[in-house]
Write a protein that binds this ligand. Structure first.
Ligand SMILES: O=C(O)c1cc(=O)[nH]c(=O)n1[C@@H]1O[C@H](COP(=O)(O)O)[C@@H](O)[C@H]1O
Length: 284
């Protein structure tokens, strides 16, 4: 199961997920002299980041919006990035945050678990209910794929909807129970399910409550670095259970900007990844 592989990578390398939210303004200065299209540069940027971090991290999250925004050439870079992650034997999470009625969900599942845009795991918005999740079940069962379902997101306005009182509990706690139920048939040897949840590092207290409620759920945790999250915000949870990968996108992939924009700028991104690894491991 994919969750066993991810769990193992998080233990052996580190719980870091590098977010490839890549865009032109993050390219190093030396790219401006290269005679390549923006799509080719986008892939080269990602490839260099992957090559310089793969021994330090558990996985890569590719946020599809950054590629869709560039049209066909962006999507070609997206496809090549996912294929490259597979080629170097790493795990890809496609951050697509999809969710729709099941007929449409079947197409999303086919489109992102097979073919040009095949990824190992996807982020899903299940606030439409199980219809938005069930189309992915056959791929989890038969092709070893996995999901992360939005539970308590990192943004501040998440409170407006997810924290609303619903029968004496915040709405997200009801979603938490559903995530547990949907995930139960897909438990791996590591004890976690291939259907995990997204919880932002920006809500550390709520995260501790959620983790107590759902001990068999594995978490994708965005919000480290650029959104203010730190190792200390997840230290207590990681000490108790290695139940998470922690994503940083801008905090890692822009680490070279204004510091080193030459051909060895990738070392700066590697150094930032090492700093994040030390920050997280200090709490283990
Ligand atoms: O699903 C996500 O990954 C996600 C959920 C959430 O609650 N908050 C959140 O920031 N994200 C994603 O995590 C990444 C965070 O990027 P940085 O803030 O640059 O580290 C972006 O790709 C967001 O789309």
């Amino acid at each position: 199961m994919i969750i066993d592989r991810l769990y193992q990578e998080a233990i052996e390398k580190s719980p870091i997920c590098v977010g490839l939210d890549s865009q032109e303004s993050y390219f190093p200065q030396y790219f401006s002299d290269e005679k390549m299209s923006i799509g080719e540069k986008l892939f080269l940027f990602n490839k260099n980041i992957i090559d310089h971090t793969l021994d330090l991290v558990a996985c890569y999250k590719v946020q599809v919006a950054y590629y869709e925004a560039l049209g066909l050439e962006g999507m070609e870079a997206y496809s090549k990035t996912l294929k490259y992650i597979k080629e170097v034997n790493k795990i890809s999470i496609a951050d697509i945050k999809r969710g729709d009625i099941s007929a449409t969900g079947q197409m999303y599942a086919k489109g992102h678990f097979t073919g040009d845009f095949e990824a190992d795991m996807l982020t899903i918005n299940a606030y439409m209910g199980e219809d938005a999740v069930s189309p992915y079940y056959p791929y989890i069962k038969e092709s070893g794929k996995g999901l992360f379902i939005l539970l308590k997101t990192s943004n501040s306005s998440a409170k407006e909807t997810q924290d609303m009182d619903c029968n004496g509990k915040p709405y997200y706690e009801h979603m938490a129970k559903l995530v547990e139920k949907w995930g139960d048939p897909f438990l791996g040897d590591c004890g976690f399910s291939s259907i995990g949840a997204v919880v932002g590092l920006t809500y550390p207290k709520e995260f501790e409550v959620i983790q107590e409620l759902l001990p068999k759920t594995f978490y994708l945790v965005p919000g480290y670095g650029a959104q203010g999250g730190k190792g200390e915000d997840i230290g207590r949870i990681l000490k108790k259970s290695r139940c998470a990968v922690i994503n940083s996108s801008r905090g890692l992939i822009t680490a070279h900007k204004g510091i080193n924009e030459g051909e060895n700028c990738w070392d700066e991104i590697r150094r930032a990844t090492l700093r994040m690894k030390e920050d997280l491991e200090a709490w283990l």
